[in-house]
Design a protein around this ligand. Structure first.
Ligand SMILES: [Zn+2]
Length: 99
């Protein structure tokens, strides 16, 4: 029995750091959407989680390609630069009682 592709989580395949489902560099677009949804109320926790993933990815990719270290800026852009700056629901109380 095969799990339908839509039901498979887009998780990293280590040490390659590609998506187990769509084979794009992780976090793929679906993984990013899923992470934003999961961490919508705690973007700091999302960034801490992704910092840890970046750290592990840098170590894994260095072991795979010792002669060609991963570019730090590329890894930063891939793992962290895309995260939302603030949650649209960060201050829901500010809208209460208005209007
Ligand atoms: Zn994916």
């Amino acid at each position: 029995m095969v799990t339908p592709p839509a039901a498979r989580p887009h998780l990293p395949l280590r040490p390659l750091w590609i998506c187990r489902t769509c084979a794009a560099p992780w976090p793929c677009a679906t993984a990013r959407l899923t992470l934003c949804h999961e961490y919508a109320k705690d973007l700091v926790a999302l960034r801490i989680y992704l910092c840890n993933q970046l750290h592990d990815a840098a170590a894994d990719l260095h072991k795979l390609h010792p002669q060609k270290d991963p570019d730090p800026k590329t890894l930063f852009d891939r793992f962290l630069a895309w995260t939302p700056r603030s949650s649209p629901t960060a201050n829901p109380d500010q809208d209460d009682g208005v209007g």
